[in-house]
Design a protein. Structure first.
Length: 279
DNA sequence: CTGTGCTTAATTCTTACCTCA
DNA sequence: TCTGAGGTAAGAATTAAGCAC
């Protein structure tokens, strides 16, 4: 791998962002123009150059969609999930419910959402074994897959999307919301790790390059001192600084006839490809 | 069986932004 | 037009359940 492969001239710490607008979340009424900070975080969340959300278990996308459709239909018909294991997990998913907080109540925007919340609460009340410890929900594979699919389409949800997804997954909107929140956090963490690794590599490369150039400089200095004055820098061996494109020594004011003339540099300055640190 | 580390659902607090009086 | 209060959504930090080893 060459230096250019590791560090391109366009190196940006943010690693760039996709230009597509489709990943942007739909704005809610209260979010008509949510501003620079949000856009920035959205972009961070959406930018996953090396992170792909692949389907697990070797399922093709079509297979998954079929499975999800079937599951959604069953959920809407109150049919139990397919396997015994899934049944168990689904049950725990439906029954797990932690304490209602004032804050959560406040979050419930529509009456529909309140109704869903209330129905879900009912389930938990029925299953309540008397302990107040919070039960951890374990999402089924199907639920996770659908959430992932949805996350790929948009990393944030508007209230309607949340409602629909919650209904489809037989979860509370709050649970869908939390899942997306945590998913964004994990994405960001992963991206930070990737960025960190990338920067480490860049740092190592620069260090090596710097060491090499220092060595080269020392050698040139030593060579210069060792040569008699009349032998120093014959015109035919004059070298040109590729960085500033000026000929050092004798050919300084050379015209267009100069054998050392070069075409204008087509690239930006690149610390990884610039061969000379001595000028 | 127990301890440990990891994953992740859930909670709490903070921040940024918006609306409205 | 400016300002402060109140509300909302998202992120950061944290807690804790469940699981594998």
């Amino acid at each position: 791998m060459g230096l250019d492969d590791v560090c391109s001239p366009g190196l940006v710490l943010g690693l760039g962002f996709p230009s597509t607008a489709e990943n942007k979340p739909l704005k809610t009424d209260n979010q008509k123009s949510r501003k620079p900070s949000l856009l920035k975080s959205e972009q961070l969340a959406n930018f996953e150059p090396s992170l792909t959300l692949s389907l697990s278990g070797g399922d093709t996308f079509d297979m998954l969609v079929k499975k999800l459709d079937a599951t959604a239909n069953k959920a809407s018909n109150n049919e139990p999930p397919p396997s015994a294991a899934d049944l168990h997990r689904q049950d725990s998913a439906a029954s797990s419910f932690s304490n209602n907080s004032v804050k959560r109540e406040r979050e419930l925007g529509s009456s529909e959402e309140v109704e869903i919340e209330r129905l879900s609460s009912r389930v938990s009340d029925e299953d309540d074994d008397g302990s107040n410890g919070r039960k951890k929900l374990r999402l089924t594979k199907v639920q996770s897959a659908l959430l992932e699919e949805s996350f790929k389409q948009h990393s944030t949800l508007n209230p309607k999307q949340k409602q629909d997804l919650a209904r489809e997954l037989n979860l509370r909107p709050r649970q869908v919301e939390v899942w997306f929140q945590n998913r964004r956090a994990r994405t960001k963490l992963k991206q930070t790790e990737v960025d960190c690794e990338f920067l480490k590599k860049c740092c190592e490369t620069l260090t090596d390059e710097n060491r090499r150039l220092q060595k080269e400089l020392q050698e040139l200095k030593a060579l210069k001192l060792a040569q008699p004055l009349y032998m120093q820098l014959p015109a035919a061996t004059l070298t040109m600084c590729p960085s500033c494109e000026r000929v050092g020594g004798v050919g300084e004011n050379s015209s267009s006839k100069s054998p050392f003339s070069m075409a204008p540099k087509p690239h930006f300055f690149n610390p990884f490809t610039n061969p000379s640190a001595a000028c």
